[in-house]
Design a protein around this ligand. Structure first.
Ligand SMILES: [Zn+2]
Length: 85
């Protein structure tokens, strides 16, 4: 009697824990890229910097598009002196 009671109580908890575990392991890469590593660059011809903020002053006279990329892909661009990524 008691054992059945306990397993009835625990089951939803275990299910919740398993769901949490699965949702946490399902997209670790997504969480990482959100947390750090994303910088903004201008695709314009003369843009040679990467930025921490999309709203940075240095991006306002961009001749191309402002795009978000991973910091590992900045190539030979240097960090912006205004927003200091
Ligand atoms: Zn900047």
């Amino acid at each position: 009697m008691t054992t059945i009671d306990i397993s009835k109580r625990i089951r939803p908890i275990i299910t919740t824990l398993l769901l949490l575990l699965f949702s946490a392991t399902a997209n670790p890469a997504e969480i990482k890229s959100e947390a750090r590593g994303t910088v903004y660059i201008c695709t314009g011809k003369y843009a040679k910097r990467y930025h921490a903020k999309k709203s940075c002053r240095g991006l306002q006279n961009c001749q191309g598009n402002v795009v978000a990329i991973d910091i590992s892909r900045v190539g030979d661009r240097t960090p912006c002196k205004i927003c200091k990524p």
